[in-house]
Design a protein around this ligand. Structure first.
Ligand code: ADP
Ligand code: MG
Length: 374
C-alpha cells in the first residue's frame, strides 16, 4: 500500500501510529465518451477519509463531486468509465486493504460492499426509494439482505431506525408509501435506509439541497448525531459552504475534476489559500445581510465541459491571474509551508510550480474529439 496522504488532521491511527484511512483514493481518472467529445470528469483525484471522520467535498456544479462518490460505489453511469487510479478500502483497522476497482462492478463482493459497508444518499430521495413498496418494507428488505433472516426482527429494526432518524410516528410511516410523505420525511426515510446496515462509510450527495432551511438544519444535526453515535465516516458532498461548517472535519475543494485545496474545516474557513476557495467563501450568505442583497458570486461560469483550458483550469476566472504562468503551466499539489495537513494547487504558493523540465501543460475538464454539436 502506498503511503497515506499526509494531509489529514485525523486522530484515527493504526496500531503502528499511521493514519487509519477507511478510504484512500489515488489518482482517480474518469472520462465520459459522448457522441460530441470526451468529458474528462476526474483528472487525477487524490484524497483520504480517516475512519470516523466527515470529509466535505465542495465545489460548483460540474466539478466532479458526484462522479467521485459514484466511483467509490462503482456506479459511474455510462458512457462514463473509470480509466485510472485506485480506491483503497479497509473494512477494519487491522483488515486487509482492497482496491475496490479490482472488484467486478456486478460481483458479489461489490454488491456486499454497496449494501453493507458503504451507503449512499442523494438529493432526490426517489432515486433510492421505490415508489411501489411501503417505506418500512424497503428498509426491512435491506436488513434481511445483510443482517438477519428473521422478518419480524427486520421489521422491528426498520421501525426503530425510522424512529431514530426523527420520524414522527415511525410505525405509521413504515406502513406508508413514499409519495404519502413530505420531502423532508422522504429524505429521513432514505437516510434511515442508508443507515439501516450501519455502514462504515456514508456518501451523502447534496442530501439536503432540496429542503427548506428548517428541515435541512434538523437533518444535518441528525446526521451528525448518528455519525458520532455509530462512528460512520461520511463523505459529505455539497456546494454550500455553510453546510460544510456545520458538518465536516476536513474539506476537499474541487474544481473541474481536481482537488485544488484540502485542509481542516478551520483552515478552510479562517486561512483559505486557493483563490477559488476564497471566492466560494465570499458567496456564503451572511447573518445580517439585507434581504434581497446580492451575494458576491464568482466571476464567470464553470467552462463548458467540452472546452479546453491550458494551465490552471481556474485562471480565466481568477482574481490573482498571473499571465504567462497560470495560463500555461498546470500547478501541482503542494503543502502549505509549516502545515502537514493543508495542501493547495496554485502558482501563488511555493512548491506548486513544477520545475520547467517537469512542467506539463494543464488541460482542464475535457479533450474534445469532435467539434461540439450546436
Ligand atoms: N452522464 C454523463 N454524460 C456526460 N458527462 C457527464 C455525465 N455525468 C457527469 N458528466 C460530466 O462529469 C463532470 C462532473 O460531473 P458531476 O460529478 O456530476 O459534477 P458535480 O456533482 O460536482 O456537479 C461534469 O463535467 C459533467 O458534465
Ligand atoms: Mg452532483
Amino acid at each position: 500500500m502506498a503511503d497515506p496522504v499526509a494531509n489529514t488532521g485525523s486522530t484515527a491511527t493504526t496500531p503502528d501510529g499511521g493514519v487509519d484511512n477507511l478510504i484512500q483514493v489515488e489518482n482517480l481518472e474518469v472520462r465520459f465518451y459522448t457522441q460530441v467529445g470526451v468529458v474528462r470528469a476526474l483528472n487525477g483525484v487524490d484524497f483520504n477519509i480517516p475512519r470516523g471522520q466527515v470529509l466535505g467535498v465542495v465545489g460548483e456544479s460540474g466539478s466532479g463531486k458526484s462522479i467521485t462518490g459514484l466511483s467509490i460505489m462503482q456506479l459511474v453511469p455510462r458512457p462514463g468509465r473509470v480509466e485510472g487510479g485506485r480506491i483503497l478500502y479497509k473494512d477494519k483497522p487491522d483488515s486487509k486493504t482492497i482496491n475496490i476497482l479490482d472488484l467486478g462492478r456486478q460481483s458479489d463482493e461489490m454488491r456486499a460492499i454497496r449494501g453493507d459497508d458503504i451507503g449512499m444518499i442523494f438529493q432526490e430521495p426517489m432515486t433510492s426509494l421505490n415508489p411501489v413498496f411501503k417505506v418500512g418494507a424497503q428498509i426491512q428488505e435491506a436488513i434481511l439482505l445483510h443482517q438477519t433472516p428473521n422478518k419480524q426482527e427486520a421489521w422491528d429494526r426498520a421501525v426503530d431506525i425510522l424512529d431514530k432518524v426523527g420520524m414522527p410516528n415511525a410505525r405509521r410511516v413504515a406502513n406508508s408509501y413514499p409519495h404519502e410523505l413530505s420531502g423532508g420525511m422522504r429524505q429521513r426515510a432514505m437516510i434511515a435506509m442508508a443507515l439501516s446496515c450501519s455502514p462504515n462509510l456514508l456518501i451523502a450527495d447534496e442530501p439536503t439541497t432540496a429542503l427548506d432551511v428548517t428541515t435541512e438544519a434538523q437533518i444535518l444535526s441528525l446526521m451528525r448525531d448518528l455519525q458520532s453515535e455509530i462512528g460512520t465516516s461520511i463523505m459529505f458532498i455539497t456546494h454550500n459552504m455553510g453546510v460544510v461548517a456545520q458538518m465536516c472535519d476536513e474539506v476537499a475543494v474541487m474544481y473541474l475534476g481536481r482537488i485544488v485545496e484540502r485542509a481542516t474545516v478551520d483552515d478552510i474557513f479562517y486561512d483559505p489559500k486557493h483563490p477559488y476557495t476564497i471566492s466560494l467563501l465570499r458567496s456564503i450568505p451572511r447573518l445580517g445581510q439585507k434581504r434581497g442583497q446580492r451575494l458576491e458570486v464568482i466571476k464567470g461560469g464553470v467552462p463548458d465541459p467540452y472546452s479546453t483550458v491550458t494551465g490552471c483550469p481556474f485562471h480565466p476566472r481568477c482574481p490573482s491571474f498571473m499571465p504567462g504562468l497560470c495560463d500555461t503551466v498546470l500547478p501541482i499539489e503542494a503543502f502549505i509551508e509549516g502545515k502537514t495537513n493543508h495542501t493547495v494547487r496554485c502558482h501563488l504558493y511555493p512548491g506548486c510550480t513544477p520545475d520547467s523540465d517537469q512542467a506539463v501543460t494543464g488541460v482542464s475538464g475535457t479533450i474534445p474529439t469532435t467539434s461540439k454539436a450546436q
